[in-house]
Design a protein around this ligand. Sequence first.
Ligand SMILES: Cc1cc2nc3c(=O)[nH]c(=O)nc-3n(C[C@H](O)[C@H](O)[C@H](O)COP(=O)(O)OP(=O)(O)OC[C@H]3O[C@@H](n4cnc5c(N)ncnc54)[C@H](O)[C@@H]3O)c2cc1C
Length: 344
Amino acid sequence: MKILKDYNLKDLNTFGVDVKAKFFTEINNEEDLAELFVQEEFKNNQRIFLGGGSNILFTKDFDGMVVLNKLKGIEIAKEDFENVWVRSFGGEFWQDLVTFIVNNGYWGIENLAFIPGTVGATPIQNIGAYGVELKDILENVEAFEVETGKNKIFSREECELGYRDSVFKNKLKGKYFISAITLKLSKIPKPNLSYKILKEYLEKPASSADGNKIKINSPKDISDAVTFIRQNKLPNPKIIGNAGSFFKNVFVSKEQLSNLLKVFPKMPYFEEDKVIKIPAGWLIEQCEWKGYKVGNVGVYEKQALVLVNYGGATGGEIVDLSNKIIKSVKEKFGLELIPEVNIV
Ligand SMILES: Cc1cc2nc3c(=O)[nH]c(=O)nc-3n(C[C@H](O)[C@H](O)[C@H](O)COP(=O)(O)OP(=O)(O)OC[C@H]3O[C@@H](n4cnc5c(N)ncnc54)[C@H](O)[C@@H]3O)c2cc1C
């Protein structure tokens, strides 16, 4: 295993922030991993695991070790008449896993198409999109404890998955390296069209003025639709630096909601898993941030939840902008925006 010094991370984070890691290494196989845990540079410094760098914002050079996960491999672990269990190593790109699964005709993952990043990072924030979260298909997570190098399998329950949240973001933060996950998919068609935008898109394709429904024959049809919608809504990090949604949607109580609706009758909200959420993008838009640009940073013109680096921005500039947004939303609505992105 090679340990590099003062390694530039600009191409390894989708914000494209130009920072360095004091030490840097890649994990290509389980032997690398075993070696890693005994390295002095690893043991005696702060460390961070990195996948695709699509949910992280570096605000300064990292004074420790960055470990890039490149563990590859996807396999069908077991199957029965109804289900199939697919195991993937953590360094696989999530989209490659989605493609493998939908091309095989298995259901469950298709709404999560086109989310950047690696498989190993997906349990960290319980990725979610278009009415589905990782928790709906996750069977287990294989991980190594950083302090001891010991391997542990976490059941879905042990991962404590919540809205953009997990045990790995809370009490086990930084304590485990996720090496692989297993997903449970369905062989029986189970299209999930609970998400309004997706349903509308599938029911009224642009090509059919009469609103003829697209016939959904396979999970790939749905993943293609999701990909199409996403490509038109979100900036491509290869062109404009960003990390997707910068903030989480905001939880409110029933009482808070009814008070807010008295003042802001048009405020949208939705109820999911017995909690009420206000779309953070709407709050930001109401504070007139959408399309805002200052220096090298801004708020994406098509989606107020996405902060962007127009080129050359520092992590500090992006955090400053996010703090201003948090303050204005607090002043107007009395609500606290919480970043979804991991700020380092
Ligand atoms: C354009 C765009 C759209 C997006 N859309 C969505 C979306 O729809 N839904 C959604 O949920 N997210 C979305 N995201 C956010 C992001 O893609 C996901 O959170 C993704 O899972 C992050 O993967 P990553 O490999 O890039 O993680 P990284 O950014 O590399 O890491 C994220 C965090 O996980 C930790 N980590 C990474 N790998 C490991 C590991 N193997 N073991 C332990 N810790 C690890 C890191 O230390 C860091 O704290 C989007 C991002 C972008 C840029």
